[in-house]
Design a protein. Sequence first.
Length: 198
Amino acid sequence: MTQVTLLTGPERRRRWSSEERSTILAAAFTPGAVVAEVARQFDVSTSLVYKWRRDCMESNSFAPVVLAGPPARQPGAQVLVADDNPSVREISRCILEAAGAHVMDANDGLSAVALASAQRFDILFIDLNMPGISGKEVVKYPRSLGMNTRAPIYAFTANGAFTASEAKAEGFDGLFTKPIDPRKMVSLVHSALVQRTA
């Protein structure tokens, strides 16, 4: 008979890097994702995924390490995130605030139009499919009212069929797809700040 050793103590616990945690969080809380399936895919417990999310929201303790790629901190960047999914807004806020940005969010198209028409931002992430006014309509308002004329506005979508050229045709400056890639999100904010000061 074969002997099996069951490890039950600290020696069986895997240590997750900050980057792995962030990747798992972004995948787990993207619209349409099932947290339990994502947890199974990455071989991590569902409760641990929720704990990481809670920790991230309360203290941002690991996010600065995740965002340590070039450049990690974007102090003072003003960012608008418009998405009707609260999980997407929370994850985006966690990533961006950990990088030093100031984040305002909107949960529908009307709120996004109100914010983007009244306040200056360095970059805007606008979900394509929101209640009230779609992202394709939202993108038209700020610039027509003379606000955020230099700030890049990114189409924010999980629709893999929507292309960057379609986004540009709709009036967006680019396309940012979900699940959220934290490094790419921070890199876009950095590029917007560089463009603003150029």
